[in-house]
Ligand binder design. Structure first.
Ligand code: NCD
Length: 334
């Protein structure tokens, strides 16, 4: 049984296969009839123990565009202990005849548990587990970056090769430089993107205050900085990805991660001045939902180089690709 649990599990060729499939899916979405018969007769269960707008809607849209039936199960607020509630729910899902389960849970490792505990025998797609992994988000970010930097893309291969020379850019992200800024501590998006983007040849710099960086990052394949302005100047990024300040996880931990919102914005927020300091071709990304006025100003979010809306659209394409590769009759291709 194959699953999509972590960006770490996907090597370069597997990522490129998903992204190429996502591009093929995106091409079908330009037609007036968007529905493909590929997963007719299959049932996808969306199991969301944590809030979600984009991820849940786009998994639902993706499954429906492939003609699967979708059952949405929002289990937020369950008071059962995590292991028990997951097991009970898993058995309910199997009784309903699910062919795949999309799961989001506040506990890191929940998707892995669901996939490997022996309760169910269908593919599990991780839609975010605690602060751990969110592989389809990293895939949609990689798709967004690759579109932008591929030769023939809107930026015409504006990125650079690793030695700094203008790149005859391949289909992946060789030489692209990405800065990821903000609440890295609580971010499954940052973790997944460090794995995914480096597998594609990009270099990643994480920028955050020391209080919002996890311990034990020595073996992460990226640079780390506390200085956003310094990183913009020295990295000359092709893309800056802003992270949401995850206040719900901070208050659960008792708060105190930064002195005040204003101070956070001053040091780590993306505003028009910092946007202007970035290379002209650099794009702005954010996984959403945004705290406008905290980690990003409205002006920066709505900048012509902002790819935030495009990211959401690409999310449907990569989720169609993932469902297709795991579930179609030719399936289990991941
Ligand atoms: C992210 C998530 O849930 O991990 N959002 C998303 O999937 N679009 C990031 C976040 O909540 O900050």
């Amino acid at each position: 049984m194959k699953h999509l649990l972590s960006a770490k599990d996907l090597d370069h060729d597997a990522i490129v296969m998903v992204l190429d499939t996502a591009e093929a899916m995106a091409a079908t979405q330009k037609h007036s009839i968007k529905k493909l018969p590929t997963l007719r007769g299959k049932t996808v269960v969306n199991l969301f123990f944590e809030d979600s707008t984009r991820t849940r809607l786009s998994f639902e849209a993706a499954a429906k565009r492939l003609s699967a039936d979708v059952i949405n199960f929002s289990a937020k607020g369950s008071s059962l202990s995590k292991g028990e509630s997951l097991k009970d729910t898993a058995q309910t899902i199997m009784a309903m005849g699910a062919d795949a389960v999309v799961v989001r849970h506040s506990a890191s490792g929940a998707a892995h548990l669901l996939a490997h505990a022996g309760w169910i025998n269908v593919p599990v797609l991780n839609a975010g587990d605690g602060t751990h992994q969110h592989p389809t988000q990293a895939l949609l970010d990689a798709m967004t970056l690759r579109r932008w930097y591929a030769p023939g893309g809107p930026a015409g291969g504006a990125g650079r090769a690793a030695d700094g020379s203008p790149a005859p850019r391949g289909r992946d992200l060789d030489g692209a430089r990405v800065i990821i800024v903000g609440d890295v501590l609580h971010s499954r998006v940052a973790r997944s993107n460090v794995d995914m983007l480096t597998h594609l040849g990009a270099s990643v710099t994480l920028v955050a205050p020391p209080t919002l960086l996890p311990v034990g990052m020595e073996d992460w394949p990226c640079e780390v900085s506390y200085d956003f302005d310094g990183a913009i100047a020295s990295v000359e990024p092709d893309a800056v990805m802003m992270l949401r300040v995850q206040r719900e996880r901070m208050s659960a931990a008792g708060g105190g991660f930064f002195p005040s919102p204003a101070e956070y914005s001053r040091a780590y927020g993306l505003d028009a001045l910092r946007r202007a300091a970035m290379p002209e071709h650099a794009i702005v990304m954010h996984p959403g939902p945004m705290n406008r006025g905290l980690e990003i100003t409205a002006e920066a979010a709505d900048d012509p180089r902002s790819r935030i809306i495009e990211q959401v659209g690409n999310g449907v394409s990569v989720r169609m690709a993932a469902l297709y590769l795991l579930l179609a009759d030719e399936g289990n291709q991941l």
